[in-house]
Design a protein around this ligand. Structure first.
Ligand SMILES: Nc1ncnc2c1ncn2[C@@H]1O[C@H](COP(=O)(O)OP(=O)(O)OP(=O)(O)O)[C@@H](O)[C@H]1O
Ligand SMILES: CC(C)(CO)[C@@H](O)C(=O)NCCC(=O)O
Length: 400
């Protein structure tokens, strides 16, 4: 995330004297709100997501109480859109005037690569974060992996929260309490086969149960949600967003996700994949409902030297994206069919700037289910786990 000196309060120069040697105990049942600043942290396998609640309705007394250092944090986070060389604030997703635990404020959505966590810890130690925050509400595998480091190096406790609990809570909170500034958070795609811009059809999420969530992060978790309090992880696959990015880097030499998506956008996967029509001819395999344009064998043309020579890196990127997306779609479809569920919400950062996969998933769910299943998407893609963690700043929170 890079460094900045704004976090340090000039009056707080002593080193980590107050650093606790073992985790303090926090009672989430105390009903007391956690003091500002309010963050929700999700340390995932690829990306760290950080939500910051910027209170706008502090009373004059609260304003007075707010330390200068907290004011600096607020100013630093809300006036920048990039932090160091890799931290990004997704301003497009900012939620304005959200009412949360009796305060009105803005929610800011920030991300940086998980491989920067060690640098983040070093910066937090140098800037003496522990003088400002004693507890981070954190989820994702990294909340477990980094717990000791946070405690011993920075002096901050982590309130570790289950990542899938947080995703589900976060989805419900954003759906019910916010939406995207008055717009619907949840949508389906009404033109999956068109080449033009995606047309979003708003989806009313007031009574979505039962529904399925496919959270496509580094790996994929698939959950069946029966009610606000009742969900189960019913399946998963290690062939997820991390696989797409890893294979794409290997096959094309690209170095970032944005680059991989950019290449895929310009590619033609049919130069790489073997289609049913390549095997059966244009008529396809009609007896079992497999039209000619369906992929029969992902990367199936790459055993031919001639095809390998003519496939560009753009084609390889597109084929990688299509392969991963189809595989995820097919698993999710089977799960939804087995559970008798009609709605599947796709979340996770694999869908960031990725209309190709959104279209494919929409089309595939509709095609395989003969119109009975619907693919739904969420504007805040991969941020729900962090939102769920943010909600733990106040125990009495209850989704309406
Ligand atoms: N800027 C980015 N850098 C890296 N990957 C990105 C980026 N934007 C989108 N992605 C995609 O999103 C995936 C990570 O998604 P997400 O943040 O939801 O998961 P995670 O929390 O890191 O992983 P997991 O939940 O499996 O621990 C990456 O594997 C990649 O496919
Ligand atoms: C391990 C997690 C839950 C970490 O977020 C995720 O990457 C995942 O669901 N992977 C798939 C694991 C599997 O079910 O095979």
């Amino acid at each position: 995330m890079g460094d900045s000196s704004v976090f340090k309060d000039s009056s707080e120069n002593s080193s980590n004297k107050s650093k606790p040697s073992r985790p303090r105990t926090y009672s989430s049942r105390s009903g007391k709100k956690h003091p500002f600043p309010w963050f929700g942290l999700d340390i995932g396998g690829t990306l760290v997501k950080l939500i910051y609640f910027e209170p706008l309705s502090l009373s004059p007394d609260e304003e007075k109480e707010e330390k200068d250092s907290l004011k600096s944090i607020r100013k630093y986070l809300t006036s920048n859109i990039a932090y160091g060389s890799t931290g990004v604030r997704d301003t497009r997703l900012e939620l304005k005037n959200v009412t949360f635990q009796g305060y009105t404020g803005n929610l800011h959505f920030i991300r940086f690569p998980s491989e920067e966590m060690d640098k983040f810890v070093t910066m937090a130690k140098e800037k003496q974060f522990a003088t400002l925050i004693d507890l981070f509400h954190a989820t994702g595998g990294g909340a477990f992996k980094f717990e000791q480091k946070f405690l011993t190096e920075i002096g901050i406790n982590l309130n570790k929260l289950d990542e899938l609990d947080c995703v589900i809570k976060g989805i419900h909170f954003v759906q019910h309490k916010c939406g995207l500034n008055g717009h619907f958070e949840c949508f389906s795609i009404s033109n999956p086969l068109s080449d033009g811009p995606i047309e979003k059809a708003p989806f009313d999420f007031r009574d979505p149960y039962p529904y399925m969530v496919a959270n496509i992060g580094s790996g994929v978790s698939i959950m069946l949600v029966r009610s606000q309090e009742d969900y189960a992880r019913v399946s998963g696959t290690s062939l997820g967003g991390g696989t797409f990015l890893g294979l794409c880097c290997l096959l094309t030499g690209c170095e970032t996700y944005d680059e991989a998506i950019d290449l895929a956008t310009k590619g033609d996967s049919t130069k790489v994949d073997k289609l049913v029509s390549d095997i059966y001819g244009e008529g396809g395999y009609a007896k079992f409902g497999l039209p000619g344009n369906v992929v029969a064998s992902s990367f199936g043309k790459m055993n031919s030297e001639e095809d390998r020579k003519s496939a560009t890196k753009e084609d390889l990127a597109k084929a990688t994206l299509v392969t991963l997306t189809n595989n995820i779609g097919s698993l999710v479809f089977s799960c939804a069919q087995r559970e008798g569920v009609e709605r599947v919400v796709f979340a996770g950062n694999f869908l960031r700037i990725n209309p190709i996969s959104m279209r494919l998933l929409s089309y595939a769910m509709d095609f395989w289910s003969q119109g009975s299943q619907k693919a739904l998407f969420l504007e805040h893609e991969g941020y729900f786990g962090a939102v769920g963690a943010l909600l733990d700043n106040y125990y009495f929170y209850k989704v309406p």
